[in-house]
Ligand binder design. Sequence first.
Ligand SMILES: C[S@@+](CC[C@H](N)C(=O)[O-])C[C@H]1O[C@@H](n2cnc3c(N)ncnc32)[C@H](O)[C@@H]1O
Length: 149
Amino acid sequence: MQIAAAEVGPRGIVVGIDLAETEPFENENVIAIQGDLEDPEVCERILESLGGDPADVVLCDAAPKLTGVRERDRAAEERILEAVAAALPRLLRAGGDLLVKILDGPEAQEVDRRIRKSFEKAKTVKSAATRKGSSERYLLARGYRPSVD
Ligand SMILES: C[S@@+](CC[C@H](N)C(=O)[O-])C[C@H]1O[C@@H](n2cnc3c(N)ncnc32)[C@H](O)[C@@H]1O
């Protein structure tokens, strides 16, 4: 959120959401919501904070708390990605961009494939900060086409 705030400058708005409480930001244009992105009402709160207009960019680096039980962890990751996919028609403007973290697995790949279809172009990117051996990658999708949802 700090980096996004620096990118958009004082005239942009950054709305962040996390299950955990976030330290308050000094800038008025940075709004932190404590909530569950899987809750559809939270989507409405984000939209309200944006002043009713969908965002230019959606960034998601949410990740489930891993239990070590593979099926459970994959299901939790799938729920996060499904929630992001479900929120896009409300939260992202046509032509907007998405960057979403993916912890790879068959379920995640299925949602990834579906999300890609709603964008003009999409690719997988890796972060230098990702630990070696991690299944973490990012889907960078540009040019949202809401009608294809
Ligand atoms: C890798 S951390 C990133 C946190 C923060 N963006 C940062 O860069 O420090 C993943 C975050 O996803 C959050 N998270 C996991 N599931 C979530 C959910 N369903 N709704 C909202 N946040 C969630 C966790 O609380 C955790 O803080």
